[in-house]
Design a protein around this ligand. Structure first.
Ligand code: GTP
Ligand code: IMP
Ligand code: MG
Length: 335
């Protein structure tokens, strides 16, 4: 039995989806459950050469042993996005959501996009997540169990997970957003609408901290941020392009702002999540010759030096190192 929680270490888009796609088969996970805010997230995964952009369904779709993909009651659901993804991924019969997931409607999206404080000052994703969470706090938000189209997909997510734990099955919990987007620990007010550190991901799906085996914190080899707010050592757009660090938001298509890897932020993030393992993605963007490499010893000298010096500074090893977008493009030093 193992319960692994995967969370983002900076401002999101570290490549959590890709790390999940690797771990799901390595752990032989039978259940993958998603926590976090809702469809404001976008995980891009590449499974068997096919790219999927997922906003609702957990990134474990390529898991060979997976019997259930679950969305916890703490997560908001956009029914249209969920139903579309069910068809796109062919996961009917495998993907379910909790009766108590909050439901986002068109008016939440409209407020998110038209309110200048949200759309301009904070720079939200416009997905309606914030206004829906606001309504949930007022205890007026509709829940998934009240929506006819969602009926075939409803389940008791905490019940499913605890059933799996009792059977000794390996379970993966997928976080979305990331540490510094947390409403409590992030760079307020430029944050999302709830806490998104490891403890909250557990709460979102209905488990307590004592059953967690590992918290894997995902960092990228550089830092990106979409929306407004503090980003230490932010590069100009020109410099970002020059370094090849240009990325566009999966949900919003906005150019992600970029900065070099930040040791101080990484160290604090390790504490806030009580991380037991670190995954570092996109080393191939800093060192293109290393794309697709699966062995640490075969990395270029430059990459090895960079990784070793950062490990020393943050005080933890990089157990997983991403060398490309595909689930197999990874160095796994866990043994
Ligand atoms: P959020 O929950 O929205 O924060 O998403 P995320 O952490 O899953 O990341 P997202 O998919 O938005 O962005 C990561 C991007 O990097 C995707 O396009 C991935 O395919 C890609 N990616 C992940 N790992 C690697 C890697 O090691 N190398 C390269 N080149 N690309 C990677
Ligand atoms: P909201 O969560 O849509 O309200 O947006 C609040 C802030 O969080 C904005 O800066 C968004 O760009 C950011 N954000 C929310 N979800 C994600 C994510 O999954 N990846 C990256 N940034 C996100
Ligand atoms: Mg993303």
């Amino acid at each position: 039995m193992s319960v692994d929680v995967v969370v983002g270490g900076f401002w999101g888009d570290e490549g959590k989806g890709k790390i999940i796609s690797h771990l799901v088969n390595k752990r032989k996970a039978t259940i993958v459950a998603r926590g976090g805010v809702g469809p404001n997230a976008g995980h891009t995964i590449v499974v068997d050469g096919v790219e999927y952009k997922l906003r609702m369904i957990p990134s474990g779709i390529g898991g060979k042993f997976v019997r259930k993909l679950l969305i916890g009651p703490g997560v908001l659901v956009n029914p249209e996005v969920f139903l579309e993804e069910i068809e796109k991924t062919n996961m009917r019969g495998k993907a379910f959501l909790d009766h108590q997931c909050g439901v986002i409607n068109a008016s939440h999206r409209e407020i998110d996009r038209c309110d200048p404080h949200l759309s301009k000052k904070v720079g939200t994703t416009g997905s309606g997540s914030g206004p829906a969470n606001e309504e949930r706090v007022r205890r007026k938000l509709k829940l998934a169990k009240e929506i006819a189209e969602l009926k075939p997909f409803l389940t008791d997510v905490p019940g499913e997970i605890h059933g799996g734990i009792a059977n000794g099955e390996p379970i993966l919990l997928e976080g979305t957003q990331a540490t510094y987007l947390s409403l409590f620990h992030g760079t307020y007010p430029y944050v999302t609408t709830k806490d998104v550190t490891a403890s909250s991901i557990c709460a979102d799906v209905g488990i307590g901290p004592t059953v967690v085996t590992d918290v894997t914190l995902v960092f990228k080899a550089y830092v990106t941020r979409v929306g407004e707010g503090f980003l230490p050592e932010e590069l100009t757009e020109e410099e970002t392009i020059k370094r090849g660090w240009t990325e566009y938001g999966t949900v919003t298509k906005r150019l992600r702002r970029a900065a070099p890897f930040n040791v101080e932020l990484a160290k604090r993030s390790i504490q806030l999540n009580s991380a037991t393992k670190i995954a570092l993605t996109k080393i191939d963007i800093l060192f293109p010759a290393d794309q697709g490499n699966t062995e640490f010893d075969k990395l270029s000298e430059g990459a090895k030096e960079w990784l070793t010096s950062k490990e020393k500074e943050i005080g933890m090893p990089f157990t997983f190192i991403g060398t490309g977008p595909a689930d197999v493009e990874i160095i796994d030093r866990e043994g």
